[in-house]
Design a protein around this ligand. Structure first.
Ligand code: KG4
Ligand code: ZN
Length: 317
């Protein structure tokens, strides 16, 4: 069984083909370079660039996987959430291919796809406890099956990746700021600044706007005084506050839900500290199925959508 999957929810247009659970190809056209000068993703530009990339991405996905379009059995695509212009393009491409080959369509959820990015190379044993950390989401989910997702907590304001990007912008690091802060943090002292650890309570919810404001205020104060900005120390202290709360909430969820798999998903799962936290919590609580996705499956890609589609079909047979 071959599934063709399309992911186009933000600034990547990607097509993957999966055969019986094995990813044959995962072509990603990334637009990061074109959005850098605006300091973030411009929705109108993202949709227009997707239009330019559709043809070559389809062609190279089929060629690199040695697949004829007629061999596809299902067409999956990201239905939501995401930028509306970008999503519509993915949906139209999926509908066109599906109607041309007369095969069923599968509209899928972007975040559920991110979670299954970690199962591309490792099989999930249920229940799965998944920490979702991306540019648009910060939430903890319990996954009982490929059709059973329960959100137990989420951010009340900014997402963690959004917070990294906004802090990085004020630090003059450019877009996307997450990887840049992560790199700088390796050289800094995490105790140099004490930043607030928000929503440090018994809930599974998060809040990142207070941390963002606290970091930005420090930078503005130092700038006003004409002092040099200790970027590495700020990055390390910020990263500590942003990730410590993830560790705390996940530990509580592990104790309450006793998962058989622990995993992390979304763009910020590329973060070194987040990866350390997941791996050490897995060791501490003896969760042998503790998976961090391969770097190429952390940020937006169609392979994760393809794997989700495959697992859904497998579970319904
Ligand atoms: O999942 P994703 O590709 O797009 C959304 O669906 O949001 O995530 C992108 C986010 C950006 O905010 C980016 O700064 C962040 O992931 N990111 C990181 C790292 N690598 C990517 N944040 C912190 N540390 C990283 N190493
Ligand atoms: Zn994403």
């Amino acid at each position: 069984m071959k599934i063709l999957a399309i992911e186009s929810s933000c600034d990547e247009f990607s097509i993957s083909i999966i055969k019986d659970g094995t990813i044959l190809t995962n072509i990603i056209s990334s637009q990061i370079e074109q959005h850098v000068k605006f300091g973030g993703v411009v929705p109108e530009l993202a949709a227009r660039l997707h239009l330019e990339n559709i043809s070559w991405v389809i062609k190279s996905a089929l060629e690199s996987s040695n697949t004829k379009i007629e061999e596809i059995d299902h067409v999956a695509y990201t239905e939501k959430p995401g930028l509306i212009g970008s999503l519509i393009i993915g949906k139209l491409v999926a509908e066109t291919i599906a109607s041309y080959i007369d095969k069923p369509l599968m509209p899928l959820h972007h975040i559920e796809g991110h979670i299954y990015g970690a199962s591309i190379e490792n099989d999930f044993v249920y229940p799965v406890l998944a920490m979702v950390v991306s540019g648009g989401h910060t939430q903890i989910e319990i996954v009982n099956s490929p059709n059973g997702f329960e959100v137990i907590g989420a951010t009340l304001d900014d997402a963690i990746g959004e917070c990294y990007d906004k802090v990085a912008r004020v630090m003059g690091l450019g877009y996307p700021g997450g990887p840049k802060i992560d790199k700088l943090a390796q050289k800094g002292n995490k105790e140099a600044f004490i930043f607030p650890i928000s929503k440090n309570d018994d809930s599974y919810d998060f809040s990142y706007s207070g941390l963002k404001t606290a970091v930005i205020n420090i930078i503005h104060n130092l700038t006003q005084k004409g002092e040099e900005i200790p970027v590495a120390d700020i990055a390390a202290s910020f990263q500590y506050a942003a990730t410590k709360i993830v560790e705390k909430k996940l530990e509580k969820a592990i104790i309450q839900f006793k998962p058989k798999t622990l995993t992390v998903a979304g763009g910020v799962s590329a973060n070194s500290e987040i990866r350390n936290i997941i791996i050490s919590l897995g060791k501490k609580y003896n969760i042998t199925n503790t998976f961090v996705p391969k770097m190429e499956y952390c940020t937006d890609n169609a392979a994760m959508i393809a794997k989700l589609a495959y697992e859904k079909l497998k579970s319904s047979n």
